[in-house]
Design a protein around this ligand. Sequence first.
Ligand code: ZN
Length: 219
Amino acid sequence: MFALALVSIFAFPLLPDRYDPSTPIDLTVKPNFVTPIKLARINRSFPACVNAVRAAGLEVDDHSIASDKPGCGMDRGLALKQARYRYGGGITITCPMMAALAQWELHVVAPAAQKHLGTDVSRVVHFGTYSCRNINGSATGRRSAHATGQALDVGGFWLADGGQVSVLNDWDGSGNKSAFLEEVRDGSCDIFRTVLSPDYNANHKDHFHFEVGGWGICR
Ligand SMILES: [Zn+2]
């Protein structure tokens, strides 16, 4: 990374920002090979992350959640007020998750909707973000990424033309809605480190689970 930064400064002083690892990330630019370097910077710095999220057009408020339960709570999180799509409230996630959401709307969902459905999404139907619980809601075991605001569950989409797509009803099949959902799932793996769909297990038959951390499963 350091070597790449040196190269960009001394060898390519006129490198466009999107390929210059020393400039702040622009989340509206399609991810490329220097994006992970830029993302690492906002993952380390909350102020830099919030700047990037707001520069991408999202309206967010600081939103931390205190919890006395072990493994729960969210330090320096954000509450979403407005993004490209509507969510109906309740999106409280960490800033790196919010940055991923901004990229996901623009670089995954919008092109997939245009390609397969000929329209854009207007609303994302979400099943929740922060929740102090274990994986799959089990009484014992590891905490879910939801317990620290590092996960988002999406159950479907409302479309700008009035249509709707649901993971539960449209995942299986060979129609445009199925193709859209499959492309969203696959494309999401370029943005989120862990993506779970109905292909993963029966707990996810009605939603996609996205997180920026996790085990790196895309299924
Ligand atoms: Zn989930």
